[in-house]
Structures are given as structure tokens and as C-alpha cells.
Design a protein around this ligand. Structure first.
Ligand SMILES: [Zn+2]
Length: 89
């Protein structure tokens, strides 16, 4: 399972694939438009969610595989999480 940072800047749409979002990503600039991909506020909001996801991962380890992807968008007042399980072909 991998985590993804989405750039929310208008018209950018850059998606940064990271293994795991950590505090080191706070203040990271979008390589495409330079916007902040993860603010301190975003990170503070993300940590408890990540803890829950980690629990879910360990619970579901036997039934899921690493094709699952977590997309997180938590800029400003808006938080959305999308978990995609890619079915093996
Ligand atoms: Zn961007």
C-alpha cells in the first residue's frame, strides 16, 4: 500500500507518490507548480488518520495486497481519503 500527496493548486493536478507520508514531507514543494504539498496543519490532520489506516492494514493483511493505494487530500478545511484496491489481472 502506498500513500499519495495530491497538489490542490488550480489546474495543476500533480500527484506525488510517496511510500509513507512522514513529517519530512511537511513543506514539500510541488515539483510542477511550487505549491506546498503538505502543510503542518495537513500533517497534524493526517497523523491520526494514518494511525487508523495502519491498524486497518495490519488487520486486513491476509486479504489485501500491496496493490492497494491510499490517496489523501487534506488541504485547508477539506479532507478526503480514497482507498483503491487494484484487482490483479
Ligand atoms: Zn502543483
Amino acid at each position: 500500500m502506498s500513500e499519495v500527496l495530491n497538489c490542490d493548486a488550480d489546474g495543476c493536478g500533480h500527484v506525488e507518490h510517496v511510500g509513507t507520508i512522514t513529517s519530512e514531507h511537511v513543506g514539500a514543494a510541488c515539483p510542477k507548480c511550487g505549491a506546498n504539498l503538505l502543510t503542518q496543519q495537513d500533517w497534524d490532520a493526517w497523523r491520526p488518520i494514518q494511525a487508523l489506516l495502519n491498524m486497518a492494514r495490519s488487520q486486513a493483511q491476509s486479504s489485501t495486497d500491496d496493490r492497494a493505494e491510499v490517496r489523501v487530500s487534506l488541504h485547508g478545511d477539506k479532507t478526503s481519503i480514497e482507498i483503491t484496491n487494484r484487482k490483479p489481472n
